[in-house]
Design a protein around this ligand. Sequence first.
Ligand code: AMP
Length: 231
Amino acid sequence: MSENAGQPRRVVFLGPPGAGKGTHATWLAQQGAMLHLSTGDMLRAAVREGTELGSQAKQFMDAGKLVPDALIIDMLFETLSARGGEAASGWILDGFPRTEPQAVALDERLDAKGEQLDAVLLFDVDSDELVERLSSRLTCKGCSAIYNRRLRPPEVEGVCDRCGGNVVQRADDEPAAVRKRLEVYADQTAPLIDYYDQRGKLLRIDAARSIEEVRGAVLRHLGIGHTETEH
Ligand code: AMP
């Protein structure tokens, strides 16, 4: 994979749960293209490790609700300070911001350093397709790799192809939590589409297409070259 000099370096992946943000950001990170920072993965790690943040966040996550802004903003900014410079080609925020106060806090933090977001990629998918995808989604507890029970199962049932970890359905991918998460997205996160559109940052991707087609669109928007043989 080759990088262009003008490649965006500070990118947000925006879109409803199940739209493919994690799948594409994970793939880009595996290619060494960009650093993938997922607030959902950070929170799940905190829950696994039994930290104070993890125990505060768990009740919200299991119910499909958002974790309070103050907790999330601190966690993300600490991670950005510690790891933000790891990939010379920049970072992708996956699952952050999810509310207007989070978006404003991010703009202010970047602004204070004389920086700004380069692009916000909106993964657009209608809600029937999302329910279908989320209810068949499986996730590795070890490395967060994403599978699909029907379309892309792991080679050995329950075992991650990548790290050998346990592949399970997330508690918040159960139908009741999925409905709640889609409602929360419509109420609290969808307004960010206008927020970023008004600031000239928004790039829309029709994410109802195949993984390969969406990946092509992501790479084009990010100005990253790739060959047809890459998977
Ligand atoms: P995700 O893996 O991005 O779907 O996130 C899983 C869950 O973590 C969400 O349903 C929320 O409970 C919580 N979460 C992740 N990111 C955020 C955020 N930026 N703001 C608030 N809660 C979040």
